[in-house]
Design a protein. Structure first.
Length: 306
């Protein structure tokens, strides 16, 4: 059977066997005997149920949605050509060149895997959150706690009181203006994309501050910043926030780092350690909950029992 005649389920099985678990951020044990990643692991990476993935691979789920195929493409770390082929094999049209692309190419997926111990997230051109690491969740809250449509930074900034960030009024206004300018640039690059067009229309209609900034017609991109985050467990933590652009795409990689040896680096490491699977953090909370609370005494991080 040639590749062009394979159905979507067969392609997914082949590409699942090809994917290196290490590149997918999966810890490999010594007793692992099969190549690639297991169904349960791929299902978790893609955010679909194992039962549905089994039915899809066996050809019993014949009408997968665009979002499911897109999620599987990202989890499998497919190239753009492979992603488009999977869409067609599933009976779907691949994302058009004039539409915002959420696809994470293999190189960016490997960066996420290698930097999985750092607060790192990937945003699309319209600031829609696409992927994030566990330390990101520990620092800023678990994005899984909110609907996917609400994981847009522009919508969050203008719709919510972002209490975890400590900013002067001047810094807050500068950040808002930078986001609006960046979104204007995305709208110009993707004039036919309904997602970015709908977001711009929604924000102009509902949020006077956004509409005011939009009328200024400023164009630019949001790059780097230094931010103080008011964390409910460790208190204020000041970090450098860098925004990197993946070559060949409009994806934005947002990375938080601290100066080595600083108190902020120590607090960031604490959050990383306690957020590991099986740690004292409880899952399912929008903000982290810790059974033992840290405090800083004479520059040292100590743990207090509740």
């Amino acid at each position: 059977m040639t590749t062009s005649r394979m159905d979507a389920g067969e392609l997914i099985r082949r590409w699942r066997d090809r994917l290196d678990p290490v590149d997918a951020g999966i810890t490999v044990g010594t007793r692992r005997r099969v190549p690639g990643v297991r169904r349960e692991e791929l299902a978790q990476l893609a955010g679909v149920s194992v039962d549905y993935l089994i039915r899809l691979e066996q050809g019993r789920a014949t009408r997968p949605t665009d979002s499911v195929i897109g999620s599987l493409s990202r989890a499998l770390q497919l190239s753009r050509d492979e992603r488009d082929h999977l869409f067609r094999a599933a009976g779907l049209l691949p994302p058009g060149d004039r539409l915002i692309d959420d696809h994470i190419p293999p190189g960016v997926a490997r960066i996420l895997s290698r930097l999985g111990d750092q607060p790192l997230a990937v945003y699309a051109a319209d600031w829609q959150l696409v992927r994030w690491t566990n330390p990101w969740s520990a620092l800023l809250g678990d994005p899984n706690a909110v609907p996917a449509a609400d994981r847009n930074l522009v919508r969050v900034v203008f719709s919510c009181d972002i209490g975890e960030f400590v900013r002067s009024e001047r810094d807050a206004h500068h950040f808002e203006a930078a986001l609006v300018s960046d979104l204007r640039e995305a709208g110009a690059r993707y004039p036919s994309d309904p997602r970015v067009g709908g977001l711009i229309d929604e924000m102009n209609a509902r949020h006077p501050r956004f509409a005011e900034l939009w009328q200024r017609a400023e164009v630019g991109v949001h790059t780097s910043d230094r931010k103080t985050i008011r964390h409910p467990t460790v208190g204020d933590i000041t970090l450098d926030c860098d925004v990197l652009t993946a070559a060949g795409s409009d994806l934005k990689l947002v990375l938080y780092t601290a100066m080595p040896g600083s108190r902020d680096a120590e607090l960031l490491e604490f959050l990383r350690v306690v957020n590991r699977p099986g740690s004292v953090f409880e899952s399912g909370h929008e903000r982290p909950v810790c059974a033992r609370r840290p405090r800083v005494v004479n520059g040292n991080l100590l743990m207090d029992s509740e």
